[in-house]
Design a protein around this ligand. Sequence first.
Ligand code: NAD
Length: 294
Amino acid sequence: PKTPSTADSFEGIPTIKKVAGMSAAPRVAGKVVIVTGANSILGIGRASAHQFAENGARAVYICDYDDTNLATHKREIESLYPAVDVHVHKFDAADEKAVKAVVDHAINTYGRLDVFFANAGIVGKYAMFADFEKDEFMKVFDTNVASVFLAAKYAAPAMQKTSESKPTPSGSIIGTASVAGLRSNAGTTPYAASKAAVVSLAQTIAYQLAGTGIRVNAICPGIIETGMTAPTFEAARARGTEKKIGQLNPLKRGGHADEVARVALFLGSDEASYINGQAWAVDGGLSAGHPFVV
Ligand code: NAD
């Protein structure tokens, strides 16, 4: 005879223990999310803001030092997802006071902050290391690294304070690194070094936040067609050499911002509750090995 099923067992076999506070959908229900680098029309930041809004966020902060399109992005997200509050904040992601201010705004308005996606970044010029002046080098390095450091510095205590009321303390800080931070990358010296630093920050801060429930991860996009790379894609199209961009990639193509945004959504959600201190390559397999050329 079959053993009767209970909440704890099914026909005598223990049921899978679900983590308290998790639900299947919507994936980021009620969460308050900050995204930097969200102005670019083709960019990863804008695509991510859409993903968070579509998946039930309570509020999404779209931030950038260039606000050319932010008001339009806000209206678009609000028209598609009327339940979501969209806030526009114009600031330099490497400006300490401004980063603190946006975190304070979230806490003062909603009493919580769940996700800080520190995604803003610049690539700088393409040149060999010896062709960089120190100031040029430091400009790229400072923007890309300080923006992630400051996001963690102000988001972590805010998340910690407000997550105490949750069934499971949680918070997710995500920095956009790059495959250039994982592997040698000819021609973008300070960029590659800065993105390696972003990976290191995610690993280090994840450990330093031990016991808080706050997770810190880095996303490492490969070659994605965004505002940053559009000139390269356009030039290749004009020359008829677009296929070359994906030639060394196992998927034989560049990626789309939305393909990176969906990983940001996942890492920001409680579905990623046991993923911490990691660098997630989103690169079609580019960094998985070296091409076997015959
Ligand atoms: P993008 O240029 O389309 O978007 C970047 C956005 O960041 C822009 O809107 C820009 O105005 C903003 N920004 C730059 N510096 C800023 C600052 N100091 N303060 C506030 N905003 C700032 O490029 P993207 O590809 O969407 O870039 C997003 C992130 O992805 C960057 O960190 C970039 O380094 C990284 N990344 C991109 C690729 C790629 O192939 N596109 C690959 C690896 C990593």
